[in-house]
Structure formats: C-alpha cells, structure tokens
Design a protein. Structure first.
Length: 308
C-alpha cells in the first residue's frame, strides 16, 4: 500500500505514560517513530511522564498515540489532545474508555450478539456465583496485568485481592479451555487470525513481551469458515464500540470449534515481537507501511468528534 495519501508531515509520537505498561510503550513508540521517519515523515518521540505531562514540539500537525494502559488506552491522552485541537491516531476518548473498561465493553458485546464467556462484575466483599474454573481481571488494566486463573477454591482469595488492588471492580469470567487467538483490525480490514502458543497456554505479561517465550502462528491453522467468522466478530466488536484506526481483538477457541471474544485492545503493542505487526506482514504490509496507514487514517474531524 505504498500509494497511501500522505496527509501529514510533522508527527509527534507519544510514548511512555504512567501505566504499568510504560516500558512496552517506550519500545512501541520508538519503533513507530523510526518507521515513520523511514517513510519520510518528520516524526519526533514525545515522552509522556509518569504524571501524564508532555509538551508537543512546535509545528506538530498530528499525534501518533503509542501508549498502552492507563492514560493511553482509556481515553485520557486523547481527551487532552482534543482539548489542544491536535488530531490523533486511533479511537476517540469515548470509544477508548468503552473499550478499556471491561464493565462497559462486556455488556456491549452481549448486546451486539458477540460470543463472550459468562461473566460477573464484583466489588470488594461481593460473593462469586460462577463455578470454577474462572479468570479474574481488574476491569481497567491491559497486557494481562492483575489477571489470575483460578482452578481451586484456595486460589480464589489471592486472585480477587490482586484484582481489587488494581481496580475497585473485578471482572470474573468463565475460563475457556482452548487455543488463544487474536485478530488485528486496521480501519475496515480484519487482518489474518494469529494463534498464540504460550507456556502452559497462559499468555501473560512475560509471554507477551519477552522475546522467545511465546510463538505466533500466522495465519492460524483454522478452517477457512472459522477464520472468517473470527475476523467478522473482531470487526463487529470494533464497530460496536465505535473504534477507529487500529485495534486487536482477543479470542479463546474451544476444541469443539466454538470461539469466545475476550476483549478489544485499542492501542495494541507495536514492538518487534508484537501481534498486530505480525498479522499485518501476513496481510502484505510491512511494519513501516502499517504505521503509515494508521497515521493517514486520521483527519481533522478527530479533534471535534464528541460521541464516536
């Protein structure tokens, strides 16, 4: 897609931030800036500090947000950019908040008819009603931070306590035993399905960001109809949440062929071992092309949209 229309020249690549995923964001942002410079853009890295402070270079035309977790994926930095009148990559502040907060995104999945594991939302002290095994997550974290798999009752107290240390609401959902899949979305394109093979089937923070720990198989070895159904579900969730630009949707696939959508990541990793770039390469886009495509999906309306 080398013929993409170049709408911008001076680009601020926002990286870092206050979240537990700061180090990954620094790597993602550095990779994006390098890729855009290779495509001829004046791309400058802008590090957001742990207090959410940053200063855009004079002449900045557009911001490429490469921040994961709190203040990056939850709509915080997007709201600041909107207030400054600066267009940015990815979804609006409102759509980011919907996607990042599982207490919002899960009901939207159900309403849209997208298969997702049975779940409940628990505040501290509220009893669990789902039978084991379950997965426990804070509702507003990413990259598997604070996530526990619970197979025995004696594991439950520590798992729920960990989730509540990170958020007042915990998501508890049925554990789906099976294969780990993910589908990247760029604009209106659902990329090839990727299968993730991680130690003990647990795609945790270490497995995601440590070179050589997990393996990505792309395209995933699936029947064509099943792969198409996964890609359709990813696009359906992307649209139901009102997202734009890019995202990555995570799935579990049971041995009987039934799949379940877990969540949507609206700013997926953009490092050398990240899933979205792997899927893009299988689709025929180099990493540099992927970054340029995402950048040039942005238009000036991104600074004025209020409900998208």
């Amino acid at each position: 897609m080398s013929g993409v229309e170049k709408k911008w020249n001076q680009v601020a690549v926002l990286l870092g931030g206050p979240s537990s995923e700061r180090e990954v964001s620094l790597r993602s942002g550095a990779a994006v800036a390098k890729a855009l410079r290779a495509r001829g853009y004046d791309a400058r890295e802008v590090e957001v500090d742990k207090e959410c402070r940053f200063v855009l270079p004079a002449g900045t035309e557009v911001a490429f947000v490469a921040m994961h977790g709190r203040f990056g994926e939850d709509g915080g930095v997007q709201a600041v950019l909107r207030a400054q009148g600066v267009p940015h990559t990815g979804s609006s502040p409102e759509a980011c908040a919907r996607a990042f907060d599982k207490s919002q995104s899960k009901p939207i999945m159900v309403q849209a008819g997208i298969p997702t594991p049975p779940y409940e939302l628990l505040r501290a002290g509220e009893p669990r009603t789902l039978p084991l095994p379950v997965v426990v997550k804070p509702v507003r974290q990413g990259s598997s931070v604070g996530v526990s798999r619970v197979f025995k009752e004696e594991e439950w107290p520590a798992a729920i306590a960990l989730a509540h240390r990170l958020d007042e609401i915990a998501l508890v959902e049925e554990f789906i035993d099976g294969r780990e899949l993910t589908v990247g979305v760029v604009g209106d394109v659902a990329l090839p399905v990727v299968e993730i093979i991680a130690p003990d089937g647990n795609f945790n923070y270490r497995a995601k960001y440590t070179l050589g720990v997990s393996k990505h198989v792309v395209p995933a070895p699936l029947p064509a109809e099943l792969a198409a159904a996964c890609r359709d579900a990813a696009l359906a969730l992307f649209r139901a949440l009102g997202c734009r630009g890019m995202a990555r949707v995570d799935f579990r696939l049971r041995s009987d062929g039934r799949f379940y959508v877990l969540e949507l990541n609206n700013i997926p990793g953009l490092t050398e071992i990240s899933l979205l770039p792997d899927a893009a390469r299988a689709h025929g886009w180099s990493f540099e092309e992927l970054c340029e495509i995402i950048l040039n999906m942005v238009d000036c309306s991104a600074t004025t949209e209020k409900g998208a």
